[in-house]
Design a protein around this ligand. Structure first.
Ligand code: SF4
Ligand code: SF4
Length: 320
């Protein structure tokens, strides 16, 4: 049996809502087939008041083994570093986080807020929020750069706003079945299996990207969403077009540009807001180019691609 405790700090519960829609495996399968014992979850567990405190204290003093500690939302430090703006079960949540992190075999940050502070930590960051081991791109966060869980891993970041449900449930399975060492983390402590490729991988509009045929409106059935609508698919690490949402579709398949929600800078990026419209282009091109391309090279490529575009690239694509 694997004990799992799930707490929420500065959060909207969006990642919980996402997680409850997991399909491969589902929440029920995690419990029944993978023997994950939910010690407590804010939306699922009946315990209140003293009963919750008893569980948390038991995890902190070691009388209840804490195999997986899942944290959703930011760690709130305000006002003045006290954490009093987010008290929970008798003390600031940030103190629970520190005490529980010391005991946890594995610590998993779910969503952007827990991973890097997300929207609440965006300047001016009124609640003095941060992620578990990052503040935006800067490593450190609430637990510091040196933090390593009892199982020998740093915080496992599963970002997204929200995180894809199956990213969450599949990592929980890996931890519960003794395969933590197989997960493999990238430079931002994200599981490589979900974050080594770009959102663009598997996008049904790749042919339009190649031939520079632009969609000019949301939900348009033809055209790449990069040129006029600022899709961040080429610069965002996610598997949204490999592991479809609800096993059916994705933002770009349905005609909504990727807004880069798995990256630490989300929702405000250095070069441009999440969506780059025509007025924010340089010489007719979006300001943030795909990796490895300069503007001159890109313009040459664009001209050649447009001339070479075959008829089929001008036709509507099949969308699910
Ligand atoms: S719609 Fe976005 S993800 Fe798809 S091909 Fe165009 S830029 Fe890439
Ligand atoms: S397509 Fe982009 S914005 Fe949408 S969920 Fe995936 S990474 Fe986030």
């Amino acid at each position: 049996m694997t004990n799992l405790l799930w707490l929420q700090g500065g959060a909207c519960s969006g990642n919980t809502m996402s997680f409850l829609n997991a399909q491969q495996p589902s929440f029920v399968e995690l419990v029944r087939e993978f023997d994950i014992n939910i010690l407590w979850h804010p939306s699922l567990s009946p315990e209140l008041g003293d009963a919750v405190q008893d569980i948390l204290k038991g995890c902190c003093d070691g009388s209840i083994p804490l195999d997986i500690f899942v944290y959703e939302g930011t760690v709130i430090n305000g006002p003045d570093g006290t954490g009093r703006w987010n008290r929970f079960a008798g003390k600031p949540m940030k103190d629970w986080v520190n005490d529980l992190a010391d005991q946890a075999r594995y610590l998993v940050a779910i969503g952007d807020c827990a991973s890097w502070g997300g929207i609440p930590a965006t300047a001016p960051n009124p609640t003095d929020s941060e992620g578990l081991q990052y503040l935006k791109k800067k490593r450190g966060g609430a637990l510091g750069t040196a933090y390593i869980s009892q199982g020998g891993l740093p915080v496992i970041n599963i970002p997204g706003c929200p995180a894809h449900p199956d990213w969450i449930s599949q990592i929980l399975v890996a931890l519960a079945t003794g395969r933590a060492r197989d997960i493999g983390l990238d430079e931002l402590q994200r599981p490589k299996t979900f974050f080594s490729t770009f959102t663009q991988t598997g996008c049904t509009r790749n042919m339009h990207y190649t031939y520079k045929i632009a969609a000019t409106e949301f939900a348009q059935r033809k055209g790449c969403l990069y040129y006029d609508l600022g899709c961040r698919g080429p610069v965002t690490r996610s598997s949204c077009n490999r592991i479809l949402w609800n096993r059916q579709s994705s933002k770009t398949r349905s005609g909504m540009p990727c807004i880069g929600c798995t990256e630490p800078e989300f929702p405000f990026f250095d070069l441009a807001p999440g969506t780059v419209f025509k007025s924010q282009t340089v010489m007719g091109l979006p300001r943030d180019l795909p990796e490895g391309l300069d503007k001159v090279g890109y313009m040459k490529l664009t001209a050649a691609a447009k001339v070479a575009a075959p008829q089929w690239a001008e036709e509507d694509i099949f969308l699910v």
